[in-house]
Design a binder for this molecule. Sequence first.
Ligand SMILES: NC(=O)C1=CN([C@@H]2O[C@H](COP(=O)(O)OP(=O)(O)OC[C@H]3O[C@@H](n4cnc5c(N)ncnc54)[C@H](O)[C@@H]3O)[C@@H](O)[C@H]2O)C=CC1
Ligand SMILES: NCC(=O)COP(=O)(O)O
Length: 344
Amino acid sequence: MTESAKSARPVIALAMGDPAGISPELTARIIALDDVKAAAHLVVIGDRRILDEGAKAAGLTLDLEPATLETFQQASGERHVFIDLGHLDPADVTRGEATLAGGTFATTNFRTALQLADEGKAQAVCFTPFNKKAMRYAYPGYDDEIRFVADVIGFSGKVREFNVLEKVWNARVTSHIPLKDVAAALSVEAILAEIELTATCLRNAGYDDPKIAVAGLNPHAGDGGSFGMEEIDIIEPAVAAAKARGFNVEGPFPADTVFLRALKDGFQAVMTMYHDQGQIAMKLMGFDKGVTMMGGLPFPLCTPAHGTAYDIAGKGIADVGASREALLLAARMAKKAAALSTAA
Ligand SMILES: NC(=O)C1=CN([C@@H]2O[C@H](COP(=O)(O)OP(=O)(O)OC[C@H]3O[C@@H](n4cnc5c(N)ncnc54)[C@H](O)[C@@H]3O)[C@@H](O)[C@H]2O)C=CC1
Ligand SMILES: NCC(=O)COP(=O)(O)O
């Protein structure tokens, strides 16, 4: 890519996701978006035959620059780049089914994208949806993306998923664990660490003085200890400790109204205690725009908040809105990171 094109737009490595779902058509739709093109230079990693199937489903003809891992940095930047790993024949894809072949395809693409970012050859990574069952076939230790990323790039710092809508973010203290284990996983230290990471990620995304609302765990935030003690014993002390450290944080608020309060009172993020406490609200507020962002890594990592949608795969009706937001958020964060490192 030419120097002027490079400085204007971050390079985003886009890994094609699960081939049995909507990932191929979403990848094609992302490549065709003008605002994504204006915001980022994409290096798409996958198999051209799978992408072409997606383009066909989406009714698109794609104009991509073919390149290899060795040559893509010399690309002009006029067109997005496609790195064809040639590793999956469409004949081996069973649409709507989680398979080892699908998981191998997606983990290989993801690993390659992560390595590019780790080597500084891309400033951010995005992916179209993975299916966790398929990922586990290919990589048995695959609890979720966080564990995989940590394994691939050898990162041991704190990383967490955030769900992002323009109007509000959702951070969570626990994530992919059984609901029965949530209460035992809460501690003052865990909540404090999440607040700190959330504030940092919000600042990295351009919110200079982030304000965070913390949800309770129990109905009505425990109602003074009537329905559980976690608020009194853990969450309130964590919020007090965070305030003492200078964070703009309030709570615990009852979880059933905390998002209403956040929107009304201008909180940039709601911290929930477990996955679906936030996800239900976020997906109702903006399923077609929701982004999952892995915060705490050395580079932005974003994906749509929805999944592989096996039920509509190949029908050409998958909405690209959330993927578009994922790419645009990653581009914004990459530009902000570049500006901060230039200023330092
Ligand atoms: N970005 C990612 O990699 C994500 C992956 N997943 C994974 O996806 C798999 C399936 O997850 P589910 O819980 O079934 O949720 P899902 O989001 O795949 O599907 C839920 C419903 O939403 C619809 N839907 C999803 N995306 C859509 C789109 N772009 N346009 C139109 N309709 C859409 C589906 O057709 C389905 O009816 C799981 O393995 C899960 O872990 C889930 C969330 C995010
Ligand atoms: N692949 C990203 C992902 O699955 C996000 O999962 P979740 O945050 O919706 O559980």
